[in-house]
Design a protein around this ligand. Structure first.
Ligand code: NAD
Ligand code: LMR
Length: 339
């Protein structure tokens, strides 16, 4: 009898802690029924920081939500579609909003070829976000990231609610790939291969800093790895042969980034470092407004933007090649929002 009541007291205490603590929060996935959205929602259902998972899509969000909601973790899951103010309900109260809404590439396309469709989707979502959850942390996955992030920023600016500490273009997949490709080549454990990947998220704007890994590479290896990391997305697009681009590895990467933001902002964890494509002064002298480097995350979001650090002449050349492309993507985004 005593043992049973002690057991219940301890369960009740745990429950009270886990449901009332301020370290739990609402997360929205926008585009939740898609190739990335579904596995990402599944992975986020495992997060102990999430009390409410809000899954929005223009189609099938209810089905995905019903499915994910049966997983026996404590967060509630609700599906929303545009009907009956669904977007407002999905976004209201959200602390983190992850956005993989939009079309993916087919073989032969560049990410920039997605601009015509995805720019409008991302702009409209930013208008809604400005209205319903202006203080949220926004993680943009939709391509072309080099332009969708400035589109989101400019739209929030127009509404007077842009907070550069809380807008992240998700480039985590480039670091994930780089780590795996290096570990495969060098026969090392992937967890021991951390590669700092900077720049943007498209072809030659993706810049792996292999010189900072502490590993030795021949020039041939550097050329091969750099090319593979820059064009890793194409490997998946070609292999999927018209049915889309990376979804599972992207969900893994997106969950890693969302969890990092959650741990830093609601979990109170210090010293979390992840890269993302953000409003940055790192290359301000060259006129580059958005750039990905490592970020130190804190309670308010981006606490510190790391510099590029020591790099090789080869990597300096890669940056020089990327600069006009990065600037062009931002100019195109700003023109789109202002037209
Ligand atoms: P998908 O077509 O499988 O899914 C996209 C989902 O978005 C669909 O369910 C669709 O209904 C939904 N959607 C479209 N318009 C919407 C809107 N206005 N509101 C809400 N939902 C909407 O595509 P996917 O494979 O999941 O890829 C999604 C995007 O992510 C693409 O643009 C792709 O290029 C990009 N992506 C980025 C990275 C990265 O590293 N940042 C990696 C992979 C893919
Ligand atoms: C990726 O890097 O896999 C994504 O950006 C999707 C794509 O179009 O390659």
């Amino acid at each position: 009898m005593f043992a049973t009541s002690r057991l219940f007291t301890s369960i009740a205490a745990k429950r009270a802690f886990s449901t009332s603590a301020a370290n739990l929060t609402k997360v929205a996935v926008i585009g939740a029924a898609g190739g990335i959205g579904q596995p990402l929602s599944l992975l986020l259902k495992e997060s102990p920081r999430i009390s409410e998972l809000s899954l929005y899509d223009i189609g099938n969000a209810h089905g995905v939500a019903a499915d994910v909601s049966h997983i026996n973790t404590d967060s509630t899951v609700t599906g929303y579609t545009p009907k009956k103010g669904g977007l407002e309900a999905a976004l209201k109260g959200a602390h983190v909003v992850v956005i993989p809404a939009g079309v993916p590439r087919k073989p032969g396309m560049t990410r920039d070829d997605l601009f015509n469709t995805n720019a409008g989707i991302v702009r409209d979502l930013a208008v809604a976000a400005a209205k319903y959850c202006p203080d949220a942390h926004f993680l943009i996955i939709s391509n072309p990231v080099n332009s969708t992030v400035p589109i989101f920023a400019e739209t929030l600016k127009k509404a007077g609610v842009f907070n550069p500490k809380r807008l992240y273009g998700v480039t985590t997949l480039d670091s994930v790939r780089a780590s795996r490709f290096v570990s495969e080549m060098k026969h090392l454990q992937a967890s021991d291969c951390k590669v700092n990947v900077i720049g943007g998220h498209a072809g030659v704007t993706i810049i792996p800093l292999l010189s900072q890994t502490g590993l030795k590479f021949s020039q041939e290896e550097i050329d091969a790895l750099t090319h593979r990391i820059q064009f890793g997305g194409d490997e998946v697009v070609v292999a999927k042969d018209g049915s889309g681009s990376a979804t599972l590895s992207m969900a893994f990467a997106g969950a890693r980034m969302a969890n990092a933001v959650l741990e830093a902002t609601v979990g109170g964890k210090k010293g979390i470092i992840e890269p993302a494509y953000v409003k940055s002064d790192v290359l301000a002298k060259e006129g580059v407004e958005y750039f990905s480097t490592n970020l130190e995350l804190g309670p308010e979001g981006i606490e510190k933007i790391h510099d590029i650090g020591e790099i090789s002449d080869y990597e300096k050349k890669l940056i020089t090649e990327a600069i006009p492309l990065l600037k062009g993507s931002v100019t195109k985004a700003i023109e789109f929002v202002n037209k």
